[in-house]
Design a protein around this ligand. Structure first.
Ligand SMILES: Cc1ncc(CN)c(N)n1
Length: 223
């Protein structure tokens, strides 16, 4: 018997071009090809630190909605709680890495693409936004980083040794498994969602993909 095609699989097939644009962006390719401009990397580092700080309350809101809104509350809550714990480590890592590269985090202002992405996250925190919709955004945000950085760790990559640790942070296998758990949560929710919620969730996925591309562009072009 053939395995059933999940909603996320359908979406990834349908939006492959946009998805590849987010996970195979020139910024990521430049890391993978070993010709990254280090000032672009530093821009990304400082801006992503700001993003991750805004990401924490968003993930906390997904956690709250999981607790209130999923049938399988405990299973979902534990996976998402793992994500919150990982973000705690991630923030410490950004501070350590910024020190290493001489990036002064306290003096960095968010650029336009980052502000818009953070504003989008804030809009999803609203209690009116369904758990399923926010879970889709969460899954997509984490998975884009996982796939992007895992690409930089493939055997034929020429990633500079000093950037390998950064790529490992999101490209490692256990982060991949965590992203799969998020995808299972999302597919389970989508199975029982109304058409209206499914439509909103798909639109949210597209917004995430666009914001991720803009985020990479911001770092890559150093505007
Ligand atoms: C822009 C962005 N997107 C995703 C991730 C992964 N948490 C991140 N750190 N920054």
């Amino acid at each position: 018997m053939q395995a059933k095609i999940t909603v996320t699989e359908t979406w990834l097939r349908k939006h492959r071009h946009l998805y590849d644009g987010a996970t195979r962006h020139p910024f990521i390719r430049s890391i993978r090809d070993g010709n990254i401009d280090i000032s672009a990397f530093k821009t990304w580092l400082g801006q992503d630190y700001i993003f991750v700080r805004a990401f924490v309350p968003f993930v906390a809101s997904v956690l709250t909605k999981a607790y209130k809104g999923s049938d399988d509350g405990n299973g979902d809550v534990e996976v998402i709680l793992g994500g919150v714990a990982a973000l705690h480590d991630e923030i410490s890592w950004f501070k350590k890495e910024a020190f290493k590269w001489g990036v002064q985090l306290s003096s960095i202002a968010p650029q336009k693409a980052n502000q818009e992405y953070c504003r989008f996250l804030e809009s999803l925190i609203s209690p009116e936004v369904e758990y399923t919709v926010t879970a889709v955004a969460f899954w997509a945000i984490e998975t884009i980083y996982q796939e992007s950085f895992a690409h930089c760790l493939e055997d034929d990559s020429k990633t500079p040794p000093e950037l390998k640790e950064t790529c490992q942070r999101w490209g490692n296998e256990s982060f991949g498994e965590y992203c799969n758990s998020l995808r299972n949560i999302v597919d389970r929710q989508l199975e029982k969602a109304s058409d209206d919620v499914i439509t909103k969730a798909e639109a949210t996925l597209l917004r995430v993909l666009e914001h991720e591309v803009d985020f990479w562009n911001m770092s890559h072009r150093r505007t």
